[in-house]
Design a protein around this ligand. Structure first.
Ligand code: MN
Length: 207
């Protein structure tokens, strides 16, 4: 089963002015595509892994043969992280989450402002490339904020990613150059809390 590049659920320009159309096109059609292509290429030499969906592949990363494991971490992680990233953003979104996700954030962080500050600090202190994540931690039965380098997936830690802010320079450099903080501040305006709430419900149900 070859992995495939998902279609964006909106136009390249849909997230403007917060994320520009050119960045969205290059990010999704070139960067994400490269992760998908390189994942499929790596799996050619690991046929026992070919039938696994991307979530299973990353959750069971320890069972991937040594020879291709790092390629799967990089490119499989890159594929899943980006597929999620497009889904948890939307035009006319942002604001403060309500419902189960809003309650889970308040329970874990105190209030929404403290949560945003934690995610931003994780984004700004991730040296080099990586992601700032909100995850579901099944062991603690709570949401948590974590930062991860490169394309390392939270799935490899037993966590379920719910919301991720891509802080690779390719995610923001055309519009924000070196100003990662400005990009993160703007990114909150496109967070699709409805989708994050759905992902939380699925994660709690163990799906
Ligand atoms: Mn990216």
């Amino acid at each position: 089963m070859a992995h495939t590049l998902p279609a964006l659920p909106y136009d390249f320009k849909a997230l403007e002015p917060h994320i520009d159309a050119q960045t969205m096109e290059i990010h999704s059609q070139r960067h994400h595509k490269a992760y998908v292509d390189n994942l499929n290429k790596a799996l050619e030499s690991a046929p026992d892994q070919a039938a696994k969906d991307i979530v299973t592949l990353l959750r069971e990363i320890k069972t991937v043969p040594d020879a291709v494991r790092q390629a799967v971490i990089n490119n499989g992680g890159g594929h899943h992280n980006h597929a999620l990233f497009w889904e948890v953003m939307a035009p006319s979104a942002g604001g403060e989450p309500t419902g189960a996700i809003g309650d889970a954030i308040k329970a874990a962080f105190g209030d929404f402002a403290k949560f945003k500050d934690t995610v931003k600090q994780n984004a700004l202190t991730q040296f080099g490339s990586g992601w700032s994540w909100l995850v579901w931690d099944p062991a603690g039965a709570k949401v948590a904020a974590v930062k991860k380098p490169n394309q390392d997936s939270p799935l490899m830690d037993g966590h379920v990613p719910l919301l991720g802010c891509d802080v690779w320079e390719h995610a923001y450099y055309l519009k924000y150059q070196n100003k990662r903080a400005d990009y993160v501040d703007a990114w909150w305006n496109v967070v699709n809390w409805k989708k994050v709430d759905e992902l939380l419900a699925k994660a709690k149900a163990g799906k």
